[in-house]
Design a protein around this ligand. Structure first.
Ligand code: SAM
Length: 225
């Protein structure tokens, strides 16, 4: 998979890809992530990428021209499955969306700033709009990093044990069951005996029950789905 991220703040997108699972995925060649500084596509010496809103009002708007240039250049080099705009009024990111996007070959992610991008960008170039939740961030970069993490960890070969992602919350509309590790007893607090029994069908049954109970308690809406 290849991910191209269009941003005015490429420095904000460095550290998420420099550690842990995302770093390993890049090192293994399972994903390529490139950032493109939108200012490199501006047409003036000041590298301007924003302007005042038509109609007046507080806040600048990201101009269509540099974005068009950047996306068009990328599209001459390869085909993209999706051109995603990070925006609070997009579809809220969930595991289903991440699962779908993890199957894509090439995606572009556009990060907004200020009041967002000129609506014509959204109308003409964007195939999918994604929000990471009902709150407003200053820019799309942190949302893009969240989106990338949720997608990349699902690419086959990225996690050491691929079955791990399948047993995470939301994969089957259930939350994950509780987990424990050594010591089996700490300050008198014991791990549930079934997990130490070695009886794997029983352990599996216990985990399914716990996942169901936790989902019913915390996210009953998932059970309706
Ligand atoms: C200050 S916000 C603009 C908010 C916009 N005026 C609105 O009210 O919908 C600047 C940029 O941050 C990003 N952003 C903010 N909140 C986000 C969220 N919840 N999910 C994804 N991106 C977000 C978007 O790229 C957005 O264009």
């Amino acid at each position: 998979m290849r991910i191209d991220i269009i941003t005015v703040l490429p420095e904000l997108l460095k550290s998420p890809f420099e550690a842990s699972i995302l770093r390993r995925a890049i090192d293994k060649g399972l994903v390529e992530v490139y950032t493109h500084n939108l200012r490199d596509y501006a047409s003036d010496n000041y590298r301007t990428i924003d302007d005042y809103q038509f109609g007046g009002g507080a806040g600048m708007v990201m101009m269509i021209e540099p974005i068009d240039r950047c996306i068009s250049k990328l599209k001459t080099e390869r085909e993209y499955d999706e051109v995603i705009y990070m925006t609070p009024d997009g579809n809220t990111l969930n595991q289903k969306i991440s699962n779908q996007l993890s199957l894509a070959e090439n995606i572009i992610i556009l990060c907004g700033h200020y009041k967002g991008v000129d609506q014509r960008v959204r109308d003409r170039f964007i195939t999918r709009e994604i929000s990471i939740g009902d709150y407003v961030l200053s820019g799309g970069e942190l949302g893009a990093a969240v989106l990338c993490d949720s997608i990349i960890r699902l690419i086959p070969g990225v996690l050491n044990d691929e079955t791990s992602a399948l047993t995470d919350s939301f994969q089957d509309n259930l939350l994950a069951p509780p987990v424990y590790t050594r010591p089996a007893e700490y300050k008198g607090w014991k791990v549930p005996g079934v997990l130490l029994s070695g009886n794997f069908p029983e352990i599996e049954k216990w985990r399914e029950e716990q996942a169901y109970l936790r989902t019913r308690e915390r996210r009953p809406d998932l059970l309706d789905e």
